[in-house]
Ligand binder design. Sequence first.
Ligand code: ADP
Ligand code: 5GP
Length: 193
Amino acid sequence: MNKNSDTKKLFVISGSSGVGKGTVLKGFLEKNPNFMLSISCTTRAPRKGEVDGVNYFFLTKEEFQNCIDNDKFLEWAEFAGNRYGTKKKYIQQCLAEGKDIILEIDTQGALQVKKKMPEAVLIFICPPSIEALENRLRGRHTEDEATIQKRLQEVKTELERAENFDYKVINDDLDKAIADLEKIISGEQNAER
Ligand code: ADP
Ligand code: 5GP
């Protein structure tokens, strides 16, 4: 699956909150340990069990604004009341070192990456239904009702933006979703450029 660093592609995964991006990616990464997941910056408060520098770099609003002002982000976006961003330097370093890297970011950020790096491959994870999405988001028990509502309000726009993505994967059966993602990624890596 591996090729030279000059043929490395950046893979970007997006999908509505609660669709199972984290779960699908965990399964993918267990089977493909050569891939690494980019660690984003966020102004959101850590959830129980989240660790700074592992799940996210948790920044204050001022620190995040400072990164924007100093042009540190490859992309950043505001999502459901918090800011999230990917550091340019981190991605450039990973690609230069020939690492296979995956970004898990929102749809606004994904489209910004595509503009700057047209060779990036955008993959949208879809729920089997809106009801299933809502049940998963609630069933995770990590957000309060107001936050769940804010996240659900984003779904329609996210599905519209997904029309500009390169691929869609339906996360109904988890193993199938992981296998579908593997097929897309290995197909892209082996494709002529
Ligand atoms: P996201 O990272 O997209 O916000 P998560 O990976 O945290 O979503 O998943 C949200 C919830 O849905 C979790 O409780 C997870 O266990 C569950 N989930 C993920 N994929 C599936 C699936 N294929 N079928 C049923 N439940 C799933
Ligand atoms: P959560 O708060 O559930 O961890 O993430 C909320 C949303 O922010 C998800 O859609 C997630 O993909 C997105 N996100 C995480 N990191 C980044 C990032 O660096 N940039 C952007 N644009 N979105 C991100």
